[in-house]
Write a protein that binds this ligand. Structure first.
Ligand SMILES: [Zn+2]
Length: 337
């Protein structure tokens, strides 16, 4: 059983241990691929505070290698996507069935050790069968689609309504596709030209490079002066929340998506003066099956977000040679032998 540990920023160490014995309702999964994303790379660089050693990676697919009888409908060799969220099942939110708001949720590769291993024992509840017509590479993006579905659910979209999406990462591209699929009109705003250009290629009608133009002015033109009633701000974005504020209509809903160490400020006075409603969506828990379906039917296309394949065994070398710049549009696929 091989595991890559991050001992301190930029310092990887592989440990090879004897296989574990399955206990309780756990299922043994042989990991086939993991996703090397910018958020994983940020952790590698030490840009987020955590305790070391740490096992990175939260996006992974694999095959069932061992399943005790009666534990799950899954059988040996089934391909599975791993949902990286494990609610505590004990807090008030969990007890009332609202698991995505769990106050003590375990997020693999984020607040708990992740999936950078060749074998892992996991609860059957977080394993989702991958249909034959969905490739492993696409299935690696299930948690992103699931996260964006939770945002869409929180927003209550309406046909023809403009929704501004402020994003510095490719998750914004997935959300823009979903908003268009549900027949609302996404306005994709990013400070990264590579993402703005990609959004145009994907057929998103309104794409704004926030470095080049006055966003609020552009949104005023697009919306005929009405501005946006629904806005999404990815909290790991690299631009000012003032742009989001200026683009919001009176009584707008601003969705803060994800969580990051980056700090942005909007004052209570600003929120009150525009009667803004602020909501948060922090994870992709609970929408995995729908997300798989959207990928299978190509309602969300992630083909152009899939980058080069790199070997698990040489990940220390790969990471040392990787740059944030090259991960902006495409994530690398880590292949485990
Ligand atoms: Zn809970």
């Amino acid at each position: 059983m091989k595991t890559w540990f991050l001992d301190q920023p930029k310092q990887m160490r592989m440990v090879d241990e004897p296989p574990t014995q399955l206990t309780g309702k756990l299922v043994k999964v042989k990991i086939e691929q993991q996703l090397l994303t910018n958020s994983l790379f940020d952790i590698y660089l030490g840009n987020s505070v955590r305790e070391y050693p740490f096992v990175m990676a939260r996006n992974a697919v694999g095959v069932v290698s061992e399943v005790p009888e009666g534990v799950s409908m899954l059988t040996k060799m089934d391909r599975v996507a791993i949902e990286p969220y494990i609610p505590c099942d004990n807090c008030d939110e969990c007890r009332s069935g609202n698991h995505s708001d769990c106050s003590d949720i375990v997020e693999l590769g984020q607040n708990s050790d992740g999936l950078l291993r060749n074998f892992v024992d996991l609860p059957y509840t977080i394993l989702h069968h991958i249909p034959d017509n969905l490739s492993n590479e696409k299935a690696l993006f299930v948690s992103y689609v699931s996260f964006c579905l939770n945002i869409v659910d929180a927003l209550k979209l309406e046909k023809g309504k403009h929704v501004a999406v402020f994003a510095s990462t490719k998750t914004g591209l997935i959300l823009a596709q979903l908003i268009a699929y549900y027949q609302a009109v996404p306005i994709f705003c990013s400070n990264e030209e590579v993402l703005v250009a990609e959004a145009r290629k994907m057929g998103i009608l309104y794409c704004i490079n926030t470095e080049e133009v006055d966003v609020a002015k552009e949104i005023k033109i697009v919306t005929g002066g009405r501005m946006c009633k629904e806005l999404v701000f990815f909290s790991d974005s690299d631009f000012r929340i003032k742009d989001v504020y200026d683009s919001a209509a009176q009584n707008a809903t601003v969705c803060l998506a994800g969580y990051s160490n980056k700090d942005s400020r909007m004052t209570v006075a600003q929120i009150c003066q525009k009667h803004l409603k602020i909501i948060g969506v922090y994870n992709g828990y609970g929408n995995f099956s729908s997300a798989i379906n959207l990928l299978v039917t190509n309602k969300v296309n992630v083909d152009r977000l899939i980058g080069e394949v790199v070997p698990f065994e040489k990940l220390d070398q790969v990471l040392a040679e990787t740059t944030s710049e090259e991960l902006k549009l495409k994530s690398k696929v880590i292949k485990v032998d």
